[in-house]
Design a protein around this ligand. Structure first.
Ligand SMILES: Nc1ncnc2c1ncn2[C@@H]1O[C@H](COP(=O)(O)OP(=O)(O)O)[C@@H](O)[C@H]1O
Ligand SMILES: O=C(OP(=O)(O)O)[C@H](O)COP(=O)(O)O
Length: 394
């Protein structure tokens, strides 16, 4: 990929910097309940302050669909950021317009302003040119540090980059560095673990990874489409009938490429989709026709843990079972523990897997937890990320 300019390529002293961050964080009753993404942006913000920039932060929160929404205001993230920085963060009620311009013109070096949710503007998600220009008019430099939103071509992630010197922030750089190196020059054995609910969401990733990895471990709801494709009974387990042929073709591709393609050898099955359902562990070829597989079984856990421990690089995306319910958490928990214990380099591809390593208290044992779910998936599919390609070439 073309090298992009970074913050270090510019003199930022006294400059107004429009810094796009991803403060799309979970909130309850007006308070931030998980500040991971805010903490992840702190190094860039501190760097900007140290350089004497005037820091104008912009983010989206939720999907307000171009309209003001009281529940999706960003002020609570500003409060959390101020606590983390021990410094004032001024949250504004708008993201463009005269009031915003006035506040910015009064900024001193090192000051921080947090604009209101950029998605309250109808033009944001349409990557509207006028809105992109209006954002650009607020600043001298654009820094993109919003890896979690880098797969979106929106006015504040991509459009704005046409009108200002546009550079990557430290988080964006780190994410691209870790994920990029993993895919381009992996330490081997290189193992990918793919789980979650739907085959259709992971087609691109599985396809792309089959060109890269030594081992592919499949778990979660999507594994049953593969198991059915091999002719086995899967009862009421999740299945995508229209993906059976595709599943077969992946198994074939793995053979041709010499990739070890692992499917569960047993499952924890349940009489119904409920935390109180009757459960048992069965061989994968013996799922009763009126039961459903909701987790990988203990034998599969042993096999997968062994592969993980013998790998030099492991990328994980998607839970092994319905880990939200204690009866079906063992597969995901055990994989998380094996990831914590391996001496290999461990990368968590955002989303539910990141939530799982938090839940099972092993987040601090991972080498890299991506702040982007959708973004890291698209990156692992080999797709261009608009928030990155829009940045100024070196
Ligand atoms: N065997 C299964 N049957 C049904 N749902 C499952 C199964 N295994 C995992 N899931 C569910 O998959 C969901 C995550 O799927 P998905 O959104 O594809 O993953 P991710 O967010 O990691 O991309 C979780 O909520 C989990 O409960
Ligand atoms: O939370 C996000 O996506 P993710 O859950 O896939 O990581 C990003 O902030 C992007 O949000 P969006 O999917 O509403 O564009």
């Amino acid at each position: 990929m073309q090298q992009k300019m970074t913050m270090k390529d510019l003199d930022l002293k006294g400059k107004r910097v429009f810094c796009r961050v991803d403060f799309n964080v979970p909130m309850e009753e007006g308070k931030v309940t998980d500040d991971t993404r805010i903490r992840a942006a702190v190094p860039t913000i501190k760097y900007l302050i140290e350089q004497g920039a005037k820091v104008i932060l912009a983010s989206h929160l939720g999907r307000p669909e171009g309209e003001f929404n009281e529940d999706m205001r960003l002020a609570a993230t500003g409060v959390r950021l101020a606590e983390l920085l021990h410094k004032e963060v001024k949250s504004l009620e708008e993201s463009i317009g005269e009031k915003v311009e006035k506040e910015i013109s009064a900024m001193q070096e090192g000051d921080i302003i947090l604009l209101e949710n950029v998605r309250f503007n109808p033009g944001e998600e349409k990557n509207d040119e006028e809105l992109a220009k209006a954002f650009a008019a607020l600043a001298d430099v654009f820094v993109n540090d919003a890896f979690g939103a880098a797969h979106r071509a929106h006015a504040s992630t991509a459009g704005i980059a046409s009108y200002l010197p546009a550079v990557s922030g430290l988080l964006l750089e780190k994410e691209l560095d870790v994920l990029g190196k993993a895919l381009s020059e992996p330490e081997r054995p290189f193992t990918a673990i793919i789980g979650g609910a739907k085959v259709k969401d992971k087609i691109g990733v599985i396809d792309h990874l089959l060109d890269k990895v030594d081992n592919l471990l499949i778990g979660g709801g999507l594994s049953y489409t593969f198991i059915k494709a091999q002719g086995f009974e899967i009862g009421n387990s999740l299945v995508e009938e229209d993906k059976l042929e595709l599943a077969k073709s992946f198994i074939e591709k793995a053979k041709q490429k010499g990739v070890n393609f692992y499917l569960p050898v047993d499952a924890t099955v349940a009489s119904e989709f409920s935390k109180d359902a009757a459960t048992k562990s069965v061989n994968i070829q013996e799922i009763p026709s009126d039961w459903m597989g909701l987790d990988i079984g203990p034998e599969t856990v042993k096999v997968y843990a062994d592969v993980i421990k013998n790998s030099k690089l492991i990328i994980w995306n998607g839970p092994m079972g319905v880990f939200e319910m204690p009866a079906f958490e063992n597969g995901t928990k055990s994989v998380a523990q094996a990831m914590a214990e391996t001496s290999g380099y461990t990368v968590i591809g955002g989303g539910d897997s990141a939530a799982a390593v938090e839940k099972f208290h092993v987040a601090d044992k991972m080498d890299h937890i991506s702040t982007g779910g959708g973004a890291s998936l698209e990156f692992m599919e080999g797709k261009d990320l608009p928030g990155v390609s829009a940045l100024t070439d070196k």
